[in-house]
Design a binder for this molecule. Sequence first.
Ligand code: CO8
Length: 256
Amino acid sequence: MIQESTLPGGIAVLTLDRQKALNALSFEQLLNLGQAVERVSASAARGLVITGAGAKAFCAGADIPELVGRTLRDEHEGARLGQEVFQRIGQLRIPSVAVIHGYAFGGGLELALACTFRVATPAARMGLPEVKLGLIPGYGGTQRLPRLVGEGRALELILSGRTVKADEAERIGLVNQIAEEGEPAAIGAAYLAPMLQHGLHALDFARQAVQRGMQTSLELGLRIERDLSTLAYRSADATEGMQAFLEKRPPCFKDA
Ligand code: CO8
């Protein structure tokens, strides 16, 4: 199941809760996650924290027993389901953060890669060990990891399948920050809080400009930036932000 809650400030929290399998993503759990993400998308939430229940794992990846004995067609559909749910998370207009405590392997790390940000606790261990099972990542890992840490590092991690500790993950840019051990939802909320002081339009346009630009040429990326910065300039929040600066007072953004 997926636990759903909301923290003060409109921060939605989705907690993978299948502790007997270290929160592994069965197909049912992927469907549940997809539905929970849609509810967050339709809500007034201003940020999203994704984490795992229990002290041991964020998520140990796809449910391995469930993969055994499936046909190629089943697995193709399985990969598509995981990719679609994670893509939906990546395209949310609100910022999202995965709080990785304990293990994040395979599909679990791919889920974290789909979030806007990743925060790890010192004990976190992560990796894409699919090659050890004769598989390769199928929920976006081969595409998102190189965009985050570069092709050379991504290939080394994917082809070795080795486990990365929190400090290395931070050093190579796989996680944004290492937080003190604590309650995962609170860690995520604290990470997002400074960003959520700003208007959602500016946050969304800036994220889109960076992420869409990363997928294209510099020339097209600059075009995307021009379009999105013009949209931001025309927003009510931009009028308020610039006026507040002139009046030497804090802005009062309304996500408009
Ligand atoms: N799926 C299902 N159950 C799992 C999984 C998993 N991925 N990982 C752990 N479990 C279960 C164990 O079977 C065990 O259950 P039980 O107590 O009933 O035997 C329980 O969780 C606890 O696990 P361990 O006893 O192994 O705990 P340890 O602390 O000794 O080890 C590890 C923890 C290191 C996380 C270890 O469990 C492990 O290596 N797990 C597998 C990690 C892995 O390989 N993940 C990648 C899976 S493949 C994947 O994600 C591909 C995605 C794309 C698929 C596309 C095709 C559709």
